[in-house]
Each structure stands twice: as C-alpha cells, then as structure tokens.
Write a new protein. Structure first.
Length: 136
C-alpha cells in the first residue's frame, strides 16, 4: 500500500513541479505588452510568479484532496469532478488573459493541461469500471 501511495503522490508532485518550472521559465520571457505598448522595460516579475506559484500550489492541493489518490479505485466520479473544477478554473483564468504577462499564460496552460488529464482519467476510470466485475 505504501508503495502505491508513494507512486500516486509522485504524480501530483510531478504535476506541481511541471507547473512551477513553467512559471519560472515564463517569468524570464519578456512581457511584450509592457515593452511594446507602455514602453516599459520590466525586470523579473518575482511578485507575479510567486503569486501564481502559490495559486498553483493551492490548486494542486485542491485536486489532490478531491481525487484522494490513496483510496482512488475506479472512482470516475472524482476524476469527472476534478475535470469540471478544472474547466471552471480554465474559464475563470482565461477571462483575464488579455495583456497578461507570460507567467499568467503559463499558469492558464497548466490548468488547461491538468483539466484534459483529469478528463482522460475520468474516461479511463469509467471504462475500466464498466469492464471490470463489481468490487467486493
């Protein structure tokens, strides 16, 4: 059981690491809107990247609590709930993307990717639950 728990926990840790790496990389990219329209030369956006990193950490924690991987067993409903929550987050963050710095776009892409992954998990879990005999 402990080995399975570690493996499933590692998926969420990897999801978090990919998101944080994307945020850090995107922070190093130039903010085209600020440079071209405002004529401002910006430094590394530490405050924005750290804020988006905190939001991303909260989202990973939320998805972990929602999916509860240590007891996940053909729970397609949990995965579907996580996918629906991801759709809400994708739309909510997508509404504020115009003229946003690159780290905000990176966060939005991460949320959209996680949503697709949770939707795929829901479909795979539903198919597996349908094909398998009932749990005893």
């Amino acid at each position: 059981m402990a080995q399975t728990l570690t493996w499933r926990y590692s998926l969420f840790a990897a999801l978090w690491l990919v998101g944080v790496a994307a945020l850090l990389w995107a922070g190093a990219q130039g903010d085209g809107y600020s440079t071209a329209v405002r004529g401002a030369q910006t430094s590394y956006p530490w405050a924005g990247v750290l804020t988006m990193g905190a939001i991303l950490s909260g989202e990973v924690t939320f998805f972990y609590a929602m999916l509860r991987p240590e007891s996940y067993r053909r729970s397609w409903g949990r995965a579907l709930g996580a996918a629906l929550a991801g759709v809400v987050l994708t739309v909510a963050f997508g509404l504020g993307l115009m003229h946003s710095p690159p780290h905000v776009y990176a966060h939005w892409l991460w949320v959209a990717g996680a949503t697709v992954a949770f939707l795929a998990l829901a479909v795979a879990s539903a198919v597996r639950a349908r094909m398998s005999p009932p749990l005893a």
